[in-house]
Each structure stands twice: as structure tokens, then as C-alpha cells.
Design a binder for this molecule. Structure first.
Ligand SMILES: O=C(O)CCC(=O)C(=O)O
Length: 279
């Protein structure tokens, strides 16, 4: 089998998992010998971004400046991760599921603090653009959700993850369930365990990919180390990434210019002065 055939087969496997159960794990996207350095970079970058946003009177959580306008995009702080965002398996899955033309709508720090033994902790939701609690109403497709994958949330785990270290909770198959943990009429307690739930696990450097409709929750991390992760949300070109001003954080031009060529199209809509064409 050629390398290209092997890649196609792997992509097909992940795509069929995503269609069937709504999530999958692509293992070791970041090679084992590089992931420690990237994790250390991300931990330092998180502190730097927090300090920058505080000094500017902005909000890192929403990546906004003091006036609520777009702040500096988190990708600018974590440039060593950028080349992997177009890794062949990940981008192959994203393009097959969404469209050949995709963009990254949001890039966020998602560290879970250590030494948290609250095994019952849950905060179930579906993700933008299916986030029923989105304050801007910019990411709340109305229920019942059409049976269309409109976004893929990728969780880039830079620490080993699983039940012992804050692996994300998911409810397999929930992407097709007409109810929602935050649906006002659905009678589901978003803060309690849900039958059928399970925790994603895998080695550091892996990527959990979820259909944005999947019911999922962050998890308590009982280990003695932070569970370091970055969330990157991919959408097809036809999903509005501007409406409502939901995380429109800017990528500085010099950061964009340093991206590998295959990463540039994913972020160019966030760069001042760059044509945002479909190509
Ligand atoms: O950090 C995690 O494990 C999950 C993150 C999450 O739920 C989200 O970003 O929507």
C-alpha cells in the first residue's frame, strides 16, 4: 500500500467514526519527541497572554480588547503549534467532513488545573456554532439542529489525557440527539453525569475531534500536573465567523507571514490587509 493510500484509509476511518458516534481521537499528531517542548511553550505563552490582556484591560477568555473589540489571537502566542494545524490526517478529516475550504474560527487555551478530585464535576454543552448558551447569540443554531456538521472542535492535548488527568467527557452519538443538555425544554441536568458518557484518552500530542453538536464537558483533573490543551474550531467557508463579534481576534501580519503555506488559508480572514479569497 502506498503512503497516500494509507493516509486515505486512516482519514476514512476517522470520518466514519465522526459520522457514526460524533467524535474520534487522532493519536500523536505532534511527535513524541516534540510535544514536551510545545507543552512548555504553551504553558509560558498562557501566562504571557494573561499578563498582556490584563495590562491592556481586555479579556483573554473572549479575546477582546478593553472596548470589546478584537484582541490578539491566541495563535500569535503559540506559534510552534501552528504547523500541526494543517497536519495531513487532521486537515484531511476536517475537509472531508466540512468542505475543501475551511477556516479556523477560534483558538483558545484550555488548561485544566491539577489536584481536582471532584469526580462528579460536569458542565455539558454542545459547541459553537451549536452553543445554546452563547451570550452573543452568534453561535446558537436553533433547535432542532439540522443533521449537518457545521463545525469541528479539535482539542489538542499536550499532556497525556484520560480519566486520571482530565480527559474530556463525551456522550457518543449525541450529535444526532434532538435534545441538548442546555436545551430549555429538554430536562437534562448539564451539571450531572449522563448515561453512556465516557472520557477521551490518549497520549500527549493527540487531537480529540468532536462534531460541534456532541454533548461534551471538561473534566476534573485529579493528577498532580496541569492538563494542558488548546482548542481550535474549524468551520466550512459558509459558516459566519464574524456575526455577533464572537472571537474575532486578530492575527498580526508578521505572525501570519511566518505560518507555513498550508496554514495561511486557515487564518487569513483574521489578518488585516490580506485578501480573504476562496482558493
Ligand atoms: O477542555 C476540555 O476538555 C473540553 C473543552 C470544552 O468543553 C470546550 O472548549 O468547549
Amino acid at each position: 500500500m502506498t503512503a497516500a493510500d494509507a493516509l486515505t484509509k486512516q482519514i476514512e476511518k476517522y470520518v466514519s467514526q465522526l459520522r457514526e458516534v460524533g467524535w474520534c481521537v487522532v493519536e500523536r499528531v505532534i511527535p513524541e519527541n516534540e510535544v514536551d517542548a510545545i507543552r512548555q511553550h504553551v504553558e509560558a505563552a498562557h501566562l504571557e497572554a494573561t499578563a498582556d490582556y490584563e495590562a491592556a484591560g481586555g479579556a483573554l477568555g473572549r479575546q477582546t480588547d478593553k472596548d470589546g473589540g478584537p484582541g490578539k489571537n491566541v495563535i500569535a502566542y503559540i506559534q510552534p503549534l501552528a504547523p500541526y494545524l494543517a497536519e495531513k490526517r487532521v486537515l484531511g478529516v476536517v475537509r472531508t467532513m466540512l468542505d475543501p475550504h475551511v477556516r479556523i474560527a477560534q483558538t483558545e487555551f484550555k488548561t485544566r488545573p491539577p489536584n481536582d478530585d471532584n469526580k462528579m464535576y460536569r458542565s455539558y454543552h454542545s459547541d459553537w456554532p451549536h452553543d445554546l448558551s452563547d451570550r452573543d447569540r452568534a453561535g446558537a443554531v436553533r433547535q432542532p439542529f439540522p443533521n449537518v456538521t457545521m463545525g469541528l472542535t479539535t482539542i489538542w492535548l499536550l499532556s497525556p489525557f484520560g480519566p486520571d488527568s482530565g480527559g474530556t467527557w463525551v456522550v457518543p452519538g449525541s450529535h444526532r440527539d434532538p435534545r441538548n443538555p442546555r436545551g430549555p425544554e429538554d430536562g437534562i441536568d448539564e451539571f450531572k453525569p449522563i448515561p453512556g458518557e465516557m472520557q477521551a484518552s490518549g497520549p500527549a500530542g493527540s487531537v480529540v475531534i468532536i462534531d460541534s453538536r456532541i454533548w461534551h464537558s471538561n473534566a476534573a483533573n485529579p493528577s498532580d500536573k496541569p492538563r494542558v490543551a488548546i482548542v481550535v474550531r474549524y468551520v466550512p467557508w459558509w459558516v459566519s465567523v464574524e456575526f455577533g463579534g464572537r472571537n474575532n481576534a486578530i492575527v498580526p501580519r508578521q505572525v501570519y507571514d511566518a505560518f507555513p503555506e498550508d496554514v495561511k488559508p486557515l487564518y487569513r480572514h483574521r489578518v488585516d490587509g490580506v485578501t480573504n479569497s476562496i482558493s
